[in-house]
Structure formats: C-alpha cells, structure tokens
Ligand binder design. Structure first.
Ligand code: SF4
Length: 144
C-alpha cells in the first residue's frame, strides 16, 4: 500500500488560493506514483471564501489586509487539517511555503510588504506539534 502524504491543495492545481488561483507545481505528478495524496486547504476548511482578502500572521494572531482579525478561521482550519492527517495516518506533509496557514520555518511578516520572518503558518505549526514531518515545495525532491 502507498504511504499517504498530506498536501496543500493549491500545489495540486486546486484553485483555493486567496486570489482564486493556485500554486501548481508539475512535480506533484511524480508524487502520485509514490504516495496517496491527501489534499487540504486550511483556509477553506476554516470557513473562508475563495477569492478572499489575503492574510498574514503576526504573533499568535492572523489579520487580513483590511485589518480584520481572522485568527478564529485559521485556528478552525488548522484543527480540521489536523483531523484529516490523523484520520488518514499521514506522517508527512508537503505544504506551500510562506503561507500564514501552510508555511513552515519562514512566513510573511504580517506587514503585507513581502518581507519574511521566522515562524510557521497556523496549520503547519499544529501538524508539526503532532509529529508530522513537513516539507515545503522547494524540497519536493526529497520526497520523490
Ligand atoms: S491555505 Fe494552504 S492549501 Fe490553502 S491556498 Fe493557502 S497555502 Fe494553499
């Protein structure tokens, strides 16, 4: 049986990104041969629409560009992603880098100016705390 790999849905070409687009990378086609891919989008699962106003994390909170506190949506989405990972027994995840949900190690700094800071997206942090090994899309070769 193939191992299951949790994956940010936008990396598979699903149009769940804030602007209604996606972050497709062609290498995901090769991943299909080795893994059963389990797609998730924390922001959709947290009740946000697509398209939506982009958000960034600042400390323990997440704010959208209009200054609205969307932390509750991000926490709810992360919980659902965690549940999905547990249900399918995923030990690894391939997540979109720099996102306030999926980013791991480095995220946008909360000023909406394109600057990065050390930190994790809300969903990535929860998955990491569950012991799930997280890869960003620039590390996809490690999974192939
Ligand atoms: S929450 Fe994650 S899966 Fe959804 S659009 Fe953002 S980066 Fe992609």
């Amino acid at each position: 049986m193939k191992k299951r790999l949790l994956i940010s849905a936008c990396l598979m070409g699903i149009n769940c990104k804030y602007n209604g687009g996606n972050n497709y990378i062609p290498e995901v086609e090769q991943l299909k041969e080795k893994y059963e891919l389990i797609p998730v989008c924390a922001e959709i699962l947290g009740g946000l629409p697509t398209p939506r106003i982009p958000s960034e994390r600042r400390g323990t909170k997440v704010w959208n560009r209009e200054g609205e506190d969307v932390t509750e949506n991000f926490l709810r989405g992360a919980e659902e992603v965690g549940k999905t990972a547990r249900f399918f027994g995923c030990g690894q995840a391939l997540l979109k880098e720099r996102s306030p949900s999926c980013g791991y190690g480095e995220i946008y700094d909360g000023t909406f100016s394109g600057y990065l800071t050390q930190g994790n997206g809300i969903a990535a942090e929860l998955l990491s705390n569950m012991g799930i090994r997280i890869y960003g899309e620039s590390e996809i070769r490690k999974l192939l």
